[in-house]
Design a binder for this molecule. Structure first.
Ligand code: ADP
Ligand code: MG
Length: 279
């Protein structure tokens, strides 16, 4: 590991198949002298999902931005598919970002662009041919079951539909890693369940690696205790007392990663902060 050069003929995600999707090594970052993340280390193995929990302001969004190279840590190293993103120049990160889909907090669509142009925005920037863009955009919108909204503007859609468009935009480049920042924030429980279903479908049907930030414990435990059934096209509960083995939890508290483990270990933890947080 430690490679920062991307060769044009190999997909970045396939260049180092032995490397985890994400590796943080002793990552610290602060702003204006105030530490935010302190000595964070963890691996996200390929195909795995981690639910990232922690109080507001603890640094969850910062962690995702460090993971996709938008922010450089003050110290420590960050690898994505074996590439050291913490040491790469911005322009060298572009090809790698095609392998990373990001759903930003609040979705953040362009109000003046149609759904089609919002979802295809990055492909257009990269000069992908028009018919290929149409194909990808239609496929991504079909994934979120919004192919009928191609010519609508964000203002004509409900909050839940806008969030689904943001997910379509994140997966339009068929990324092998998706970072979701509070994808259900501000949504009602029924709409949230629809969104969680899409996150689960990416995980179970497309086998993407992912980090999912959420404040909603019911969303977290839905992801841990269900799988997406392609036959019925919906979430189905796992058998009693089973949890998805590829889905685990990361918990941040006061700048530190206080938990990195499985769902059963989280539920059984004796840590006073975790018990309080989960109650
Ligand atoms: N670009 C920035 N400049 C200065 N401070 C920032 C910046 N981004 C985040 N912060 C601060 O870092 C802390 C963590 O923020 P954030 O990651 O957004 O928390 P959350 O866990 O709620 O997502 C907050 O105190 C926030 O004000
Ligand atoms: Mg945040």
């Amino acid at each position: 590991m430690g490679i920062t050069e991307i060769t044009p003929d190999v997909s970045p995600a396939q260049a180092h198949p032995e490397a985890p999707a994400i590796r943080f090594e002793h990552v610290s970052i602060g702003f204006d002298g105030k530490p935010v993340l302190e000595d964070i280390s963890f691996d996200l193995p390929r195909g795995d999902t981690r639910i990232l929990l922690g109080p507001a302001g603890v640094g969850k969004s910062v962690l995702l931005k460090v993971a996709n190279g938008l922010i450089k840590p003050d110290s420590g190293r960050v690898f994505v598919f074996g590439f050291e993103v913490s040491a790469m120049r911005e322009q060298d990160l572009y090809p790698l970002r095609d392998s990373i889909g990001t759903v930003f907090q609040e979705g953040a669509l362009f109000d003046s662009l149609t759904v089609r142009d919002n979802v295809g925005f990055r492909l257009t920037e990269e000069n992908v041919p028009g018919d290929e863009i149409d194909r990808r955009v239609t496929e991504a919108l079909r994934f979120v079951e919004l192919e009928h909204t191609l010519d609508k503007f964000p203002a004509e859609l409900s909050g839940g539909m806008r969030r689904r468009v943001a997910i379509a935009r994140a997966v339009v480049s068929r990324p092998e890693l998706v970072l979701y920042d509070s994808p259900t924030g501000g949504l009602d429980p029924v709409t949230s369940a629809t969104i969680i279903g899409l996150v689960m479908k990416q995980r179970d049907v497309y086998k993407t690696s992912s980090i999912v930030v959420t404040h909603r414990l019911q969303d977290a435990f839905m992801l841990a205790s269900h799988h997406f059934d392609q036959a019925t096209n919906q979430m189905e509960p796992l058998p009693p007392n089973q949890t998805d083995p590829k889905t685990g939890f990361l918990v941040l508290h006061q700048g530190k990663l206080v938990f990195d483990g499985s769902t059963p270990d989280l539920v059984r933890s004796d840590d006073p902060f975790l018990k309080e947080y989960l109650s």
